[in-house]
Design a protein around this ligand. Structure first.
Ligand code: PLP
Length: 410
């Protein structure tokens, strides 16, 4: 069977594999602690859900304009004006089926064969895969664990060549929770402006920043490279709306026109019902957003404290998103045989054994281009976090008894 070259180029989503493994075990009646989930556990806030119900009751169930209702476009522009002080018009915004489609449209609209596009790793794999789907070449820059995976300008500037067409920045970053500082983005934006390179911002976790860190990245791009700035956002994590599928792109009108053309031949409009709910989310009170953020912060602090009580599970407190990105390298014996009880060769082996033996699902760092790490989602209840932490610590103690006694001696 001959499939297209592009399907051979791309890798399947490793995060989805974890979800599938959890589902399989649960169907067998096995109690699994799921730290793999990449979505809020909260229900969609009631007022937003009610707007969706009302849309159905009023038979608001037909096609809408491809790029979304004018009311939704205005709501998105207004949110960014209020939150960041940037001005976008209706011609400069399109609503899509989640941040994922917004980013995919962007890749298809901006990149072609032979183009290089800079992405950072550890990172969300979809960004690089979408670049490949657009026939372009992802160029990976590493963000080091030693600096908390901070996304900085220097390696990005050093990776720029005459073939570079774009840079994609995800801040807060999945899986590390790290941010890009405004001044670092400014350095990238200035150079991008000089060279005519697109700067794409994936702001899908923009509402999940725990401390009062300056993070007005849209204004930075506005100031230094407005004509080359593309901002992708989403209602998914901000409003606990992952299943509704609503995201957006803010960009120069020509980019939005290209994305609308692409979307018109792919999926057309975001579900009409979802659009009504998203309008309610964006224009209504933002209190649910801060209540969820407060709860995520409590969870982050607790699970971080629990897990790092064992010094072999090293990780910094994330500044944003809802993941701990734990360094498990001291638990690995790269030269040992797989499954050797003296340890695990890779973080993928570690994650697999943890799931099979202790029924705790984590996503191995390999999924994010970062072997030696494990991503733990704390978008789940405190009880589940506590039980999962207990199992994880016991698992580590069982498999690395020598190190335990060292800790005891220290
Ligand atoms: C970094 C990042 N960007 C964008 C998305 C897209 O999410 P959605 O399509 O639900 O808006 C995700 C979802 O996992 C993500 O992790």
């Amino acid at each position: 069977m001959q499939l297209s070259a592009r399907t051979v180029r791309i890798a399947t989503s490793a995060t989805m594999k974890v979800t599938a493994a959890v589902d399989r075990l649960r169907r067998e009646g096995i109690d699994v602690i799921d730290f793999g989930a990449g979505e809020p556990d909260f229900p969609t806030p009631a007022a937003i859900a009610a707007a969706g119900h009302e849309a159905i009751d009023q038979d608001y169930t037909k096609y809408t304009p491809v790029g979304g209702l004018v009311e939704l476009k205005r709501a998105i522009c207004n949110r960014y004006r209020v939150d960041y002080g940037v001005a976008y018009t209706e011609a400069e915004v399109i609503a899509s089926a989640g941040g994922k489609q917004a980013l995919f449209n962007t890749a298809l609209a901006l990149f072609s064969a032979g183009d290089e596009v800079i992405v950072h790793e550890p990172g969300w794999p979809t960004l690089a895969e979408q670049v490949k789907l657009a026939d372009a070449l992802p160029v990976v820059v590493r963000t080091p664990a030693e600096t908390g995976f901070a996304i900085t300008a220097q390696p990005i500037l050093e990776a720029m060549t005459t073939r570079t067409r774009g840079v994609i920045i995800n801040s807060p970053c999945n899986p590390t929770g790290a941010l890009m500082a405004e001044e670092e983005l400014a350095r990238v934006a200035k150079e991008a402006s000089r060279r005519g390179i697109w700067v794409v911002l994936d702001l899908c976790y923009e509402k999940l920043i725990y401390d009062r860190t300056p993070h007005n990245l849209p204004a930075v791009l506005d100031r230094h490279c407005r004509d080359l700035a593309v901002i992708c956002g989403s209602a998914s994590t901000a409003y606990a709306m992952t299943g509704w599928r609503c995201g957006w792109t803010l960009a120069p009108a020509a980019v939005i026109a290209a994305e609308s053309a692409i979307q018109s031949h792919a999926t057309s409009n975001v579900s009409s019902i979802t659009q009504k709910a998203a309008i309610s989310a964006l224009t209504g009170t933002q209190e649910p957003v801060s209540l969820m953020l407060d709860e995520y912060r409590r969870r982050r602090d607790r699970i971080h404290e629990w897990l790092t009580a064992d010094p072999r599970l090293r990780c910094q407190k994330p500044a944003g998103a809802f993941y701990l990105f734990v360094d498990v390298r001291t638990l690995l014996t790269p030269d040992g045989a797989a499954g050797d009880d003296a340890g695990f060769r890779t973080s993928a082996d570690f994650a697999e054994a943890l799931l099979q033996e202790s029924r705790v699902a984590v996503t191995p760092g390999e999924a994010f281009g970062a072997p030696g790490f494990a991503r733990i989602s704390y978008a789940t209840s405190m009880n589940v976090l506590q039980e999962g932490s207990r199992r994880l610590l016991a698992f580590v103690a069982r498999h690395a008894p020598a190190a335990v006694s060292e800790v005891g001696r220290g």
